[in-house]
Design a protein around this ligand. Structure first.
Ligand SMILES: [Zn+2]
Length: 432
């Protein structure tokens, strides 16, 4: 990327005092590894890579970038240059550059393209050599409201009506852990009127979930034989209006929560890992609670997956074949143009046979950034019955569809029709 000199990236090396940081930086600057280390860090920043992984094998060093949740290969380098580069990175991070087996972690900072960034380096010897991960830790804007996460305005309105109804029973969120599991939970709580009602969340001691303003944490400790219902007697003296249970460990506990919700007419928020609403529900039923009592008390399920957005600078419009429109379930003749990513390959040429450069906004990946793909499933009596008598995905899907439920797939098709993502990306997300 930067052929002759390293990129104009400035580093702040590890150190307890500014003087020590300056000294540490001075040590590495003349090293032959400094330019490649600068290039690697600059590339990670330009590509917006959450993690950069280097694998050192006897012959070479492979480079991978994790961007918007997917891995992309970088340019491999020979072992000698890789070793110099790693020694520089380790010295910047304040760890021992000669140590190649034990796990080490350290931090350094950078200033590049007017942005300050923090890097965390983790190195560890593995069977084939050594693996090094560079985490880029920068402050993303806080995503709080469901609409900030990508929820359509009309669904946001529907969700607010549910969560602010004092007659609400149980509302559950579901997502894949590591892919919006916390975000959708927070988004659901953020949609509530926490200023006029008293919300409490039952949290395991030491879990340190990011706080939601005006939702008060109440701790329990399983090491002391406690569960989320243990503090309830004390808590009820405070007259809570709404309770939130982020972790449901067993059907027995779920039964207690349901009973509490019924007895006290208490709205309850809970969550479980799952790929979509019905998947989350099936996992809840798999805990073997009293399904009849549970479903009688359920109001709705909300689910979210993360989907990549097409790069607005290079996405390619095309006229979809009528068969594709049909497969997507879109009305014929309404959508004149869909979009696909421009995926860069080295050596690509334009119509004049001139080699083209990768897009500077997305580094040639074709996507930039992610958003939430939401699904909101409302309960009805037929769904309740199906969950009790025949809790199978195909059966439940058929029931939901009959009642006009918009599946996650259909929500995704709306995004495709709007030119925000591609058919391939939706398929990838729903398949994984
Ligand atoms: Zn682009």
């Amino acid at each position: 990327m930067f052929e002759e000199h390293g990129p104009p990236i400035e580093f702040t090396a590890a150190g307890d005092t500014p003087e020590e940081q300056t000294t540490n930086l001075k040590i590495v600057r003349p090293s032959p590894g400094f330019d490649p280390a600068s290039e690697l860090c600059a590339e990670a920043i330009i590509k917006d890579a959450d993690v950069t992984v280097l694998d050192f094998s006897p012959q070479q060093v492979t480079v991978r970038f994790q961007i918007d949740g997917l891995w992309h290969a970088g340019t491999p380098m020979d072992r000698e240059m890789g070793d110099y580069m790693l020694a520089t990175l380790k010295q910047l991070a304040g760890v021992d550059y000669r140590e190649r087996r034990e796990r080490q972690t350290g931090n350094f900072a950078s200033l590049y393209l007017k942005k300050k960034q923090k890097f965390k380096l983790v190195s560890q010897g593995i069977q084939t050599g050594e693996r090094v991960a560079l985490y880029l830790d920068y402050k993303r804007p806080p995503l709080d409201k469901p609409e900030d996460l990508g929820m359509r305005a009309s669904m946001g309105k529907q969700l607010r009506a549910i969560v602010n109804d004092t007659n609400m029973g149980i509302l559950m969120s579901t997502a894949v852990p590591g892919e919006g599991y916390t975000a959708v939970w927070r988004g659901m709580l953020e949609a509530t009127d926490r200023l006029t009602r008293d919300f409490f969340v039952m949290e395991h001691v030491g879990k340190n979930e990011p706080e939601v303003i005006n939702v008060y944490p109440v701790e329990y400790d399983s090491a002391k034989g406690e569960n989320p219902m243990t503090p309830m007697k004390q808590l009820m003296l405070k007259e809570p209006d709404v309770l939130a249970f982020p972790d449901i460990a067993s059907g027995k506990l779920l039964d207690q929560i349901v009973s509490h919700s019924v007895t006290h007419e208490m709205p309850i928020f809970t969550r479980i890992p799952g790929k979509h609403c019905l998947d989350g529900l099936l996992r809840l039923v798999a805990l073997k609670p009293d399904v009849k009592k549970l479903t009688d008390r359920m109001t709705a399920v909300i689910s979210m997956r993360l989907i990549r957005l097409l790069c607005e600078d290079c996405k390619i419009g095309f006229q979809p074949h009528p068969q594709m429109i049909h497969q997507l379930g879109l009305p014929q003749g309404r959508v004149a143009e869909l979009f696909k990513p421009m995926v860069y390959q080295p050596g690509m040429v334009d119509e004049n046979d001139v080699e083209i450069e990768p897009c500077s906004n997305c580094s040639g990946i074709g996507y930039r950034g992610r958003t939430g793909l939401f699904e909101l499933l409302m309960f009805n009596d037929e769904l309740r019955q199906a969950l009790v008598s025949n809790p199978r995905l195909d059966q439940l899907s058929a029931v939901a569809k009959r009642h006009g439920h918009v599946s996650m797939q259909m929500e995704g098709v709306v995004m495709i029709a709007g030119g925000r993502t591609s058919v391939e990306e939706l398929q990838r997300v729903l398949k994984s």
